[in-house]
Design a protein around this ligand. Structure first.
Ligand code: HEM
Length: 85
């Protein structure tokens, strides 16, 4: 995926809850590297699955974003977690 494209998709669709890699709804489940590792979300496949399907208070994006957009935003989240946001 294209992280630069993913950054724009993140701003428009994710930042309301996840600005700066945080989580305003569930403070344990951030997008920081330690949390992604703890909850086994530290892969493109795991992030893609959750963005497609949602989980608890997080909405599903399948049908709202294209497969390519979801791949791009997953790439962005994983690269930001590696970079420390
Ligand atoms: C969890 C990504 C949009 C609320 C997560 C996690 C990822 C993620 C990777 C797992 C974090 C972890 O387990 O440590 C994204 C992306 C989004 C997005 C890429 C945009 C496409 C949103 C929005 C909301 C939201 C808009 C709020 C309305 C949550 C919540 C969780 C979560 C509540 C915890 C889910 C649970 O395990 O119970 N998100 N998110 N997310 N996100 Fe999002």
């Amino acid at each position: 995926g294209d992280a630069a494209s993913g950054a724009k998709i993140f701003s428009a669709n994710c930042a309301a809850c996840h600005a700066g890699g945080n989580n305003v709804v569930n403070g344990a489940k951030t997008l920081k590297k330690d949390a992604l590792e703890k909850y086994e979300m530290n892969s493109i496949d795991a992030i893609t699955y959750q963005v497609n399907n949602g989980k608890n208070a997080m909405p599903a994006f399948k049908g709202r974003l294209t497969d390519a957009q979801i791949d791009d935003v997953a790439t962005y989240v994983l690269s930001q977690s590696e970079a420390g946001w």
